[in-house]
Design a binder for this molecule. Structure first.
Ligand code: BGC
Length: 418
């Protein structure tokens, strides 16, 4: 007897996610400048920073090579996007989340590059031709250097430049779109760039961090308004990095307090301030984190991904429930995945993730889509090229040859049954 119940709605989006700077190749923005200036230093300090990782011996040569830290030709996605869409189609994906590169569209202040805009227009059409729903992400951390030279998002007056960029997108590209994401992970961007000082512009300043974070709230609100004015039917949201934050010792006073604090500031702070400007909630889920004492994170030692990140894919379930109970808006998992060069955990991760999503839907959550990070192996920011997040493996030494990973083949078959 077949007693399977269809849980995922027929029109559920099964997708993958990418970001311009991480795949396109030949971008010229504040990150490319930073990479070239820091590649040598990153290579020299690799052992000290990454030596603790279980995979250190496998990655050592790559992590100690300055070339690892330069995005360069990327994975040539800017030229080979049609081939990549064909592969996405082969994987039974019905949606793709991608970002547009601001520095291509407005290479100089107020100067718009028609060829770049056309590129993205064709890009969207090519997705549509294949029956893949485009989810356009306006800003995934990279910016033209003329904008960062002016101080980027640290200056209130500069938000106007972002607005103007959003207006251009609204004018030129949204006609053929139903979904737009304004900003990717404002919390990660502000923390890494302004609090921890790991990413450009490498500030370690609590005040700068708060200012930038607040300006991103304002930027999102403005973007929402601009986009909805031009196209009221457009569904607009952001991609928020949310963690499944738990108390290490349930009921312990300090552990619970730290958990509450982290949930509030990491997960909900930004979303609460922009809740009226969100048609859906986009969740990027990678982490389950256990807190103890005074804000100390203490996770189990296994299983960990290639990047040493503790993996608990099923943690997505409580996170979805908590998000749903707070916001009661349609939810997309806008990113989710792992660095796994040997492809030993990816299938397990996706399988657990599907179960977690099924459970949430069965309880009435309006979960409408899932995007795996990532479609292709890509440039993992300050870590460079060695972490492998792709459903599709890319061999940059061999003309960027693409090979579908076994886990992705399994995922493609699984999608047919869901
Ligand atoms: C970011 C991606 C990144 C991924 C894996 C997310 O936080 O949006 O750009 O590659 O995590 O670290």
């Amino acid at each position: 007897m077949d007693n399977t119940v269809r849980v995922f709605p027929k029109d559920f989006f099964w997708g993958a996610s990418t970001a311009a700077h991480q795949v396109e190749g030949n971008t010229v923005n504040q990150w490319t400048v930073w990479e070239l200036a820091h590649a040598k230093e990153l290579a020299q300090t690799a052992h000290q920073r990454l030596g603790w990782m279980p995979v250190w011996r496998q990655i050592k040569d790559r992590a100690e090579d300055p070339n690892n830290y330069v995005s360069g030709k990327g994975v040539d996605h800017y030229r080979r996007y049609k081939e990549d869409f064909d592969l996405a189609k082969k994987l039974n994906l019905s949606a793709l989340r991608f970002s547009v590169e601001w520095s291509r569209i407005e290479p100089e202040e107020g100067v718009w590059d028609a060829a770049a805009i056309n590129h993205y227009r064709t890009y969207i059409q090519e997705l549509r031709k294949r029956g893949i729903e485009p989810f356009l992400n306006i800003w995934h951390w990279t910016m033209p250097t003329w904008f960062t030279d002016k101080g980027g998002f640290s200056k209130a007056a500069n938000i106007a430049y972002y607005e103007r960029f959003v207006e251009k997108i609204a004018e030129e590209l949204i006609e053929d779109l139903s979904y737009v994401i304004t900003i990717n992970e404002p919390n990660v961007y502000a923390v890494k760039g302004y609090l921890q000082g790991e990413w450009p512009p490498q500030e370690k300043n609590g005040l700068s961090f708060l200012i930038v974070y607040w300006h991103l709230v304002r930027a999102h609100r403005r973007a929402y308004k601009i986009l909805k004015n031009v196209k009221p039917s457009l569904q607009v949201g952001l991609a928020a990095q949310l963690a499944n934050i738990q108390a290490k010792r349930p009921h312990n006073f300090f552990d619970e307090l730290s958990t509450k604090y982290m949930r509030y500031f990491w997960n909900w702070w930004f979303l609460r301030r922009t809740r009226k400007q969100q048609d859906f909630i986009g969740i990027n889920y990678y982490f389950t984190d256990y807190y103890t004492g005074l804000l100390r994170r203490e996770n189990p030692k296994v299983p960990v991904s290639d990047m040493g990140w503790y993996m608990e894919p099923e943690g997505l379930y409580p996170l979805i429930l908590r998000t749903w109970s707070r916001f009661k808006k349609p939810i997309f998992i806008t990113e989710n995945g792992l660095a796994d060069d040997n492809d030993s955990y990816r299938r397990w991760w996706i399988e657990e993730t599907i179960i977690a999503m099924e459970k949430a839907i069965s309880e009435g959550v309006n979960l409408v889509g899932y995007f795996h990070w990532s479609l292709l192996d890509n440039f993992e920011w300050a870590y460079g090229w060695w972490p492998r997040f792709g459903l599709i493996e890319v061999n940059r030494e061999k003309n960027c040859e693409r090979t579908i990973r076994a886990s992705a083949r399994w995922f493609a078959k699984k999608i047919e049954t869901l």
